[in-house]
Design a protein. Structure first.
Length: 99
């Protein structure tokens, strides 16, 4: 079962960078603004690039509102990764976005 957390529940952790955050939006969306500390691995490239992620590391996955990150989590979970979906996504992020 894939873990799900709301963006509001992880705000403090995001600010202190207590976990690894992967943004699965497309490159142009990520470049337009992303949660500080997030790295970009677009959902459209995930199947061919997921091995770039350390299988021993836990990841929080984010997108715009939670749909694509849920798909990414299902895929990564099937490959044995420890993943948590952030519902609400960048749309619900209350802080400033990096670009």
């Amino acid at each position: 079962m894939i873990k799900v957390v709301d963006i509001a529940d992880v705000t403090v952790d995001l600010e202190t960078k207590d976990f690894h955050l992967v943004d699965v939006r497309e490159v142009d969306e990520y470049a337009a603004g992303h949660v500080p500390g997030a790295v970009n691995l677009p959902l459209s490239e995930l199947a061919s690039r997921y091995t770039e992620l350390d299988a021993g590391t836990a990841y929080h996955i984010i997108c715009q509102i939670g749909g694509r990150s849920a798909q990414a989590c299902a895929f990564l979970d099937s490959k044995g990764y420890d993943v948590t979906n952030i519902s609400g996504g960048t749309a619900a992020w209350g802080g400033p976005l990096e670009s």
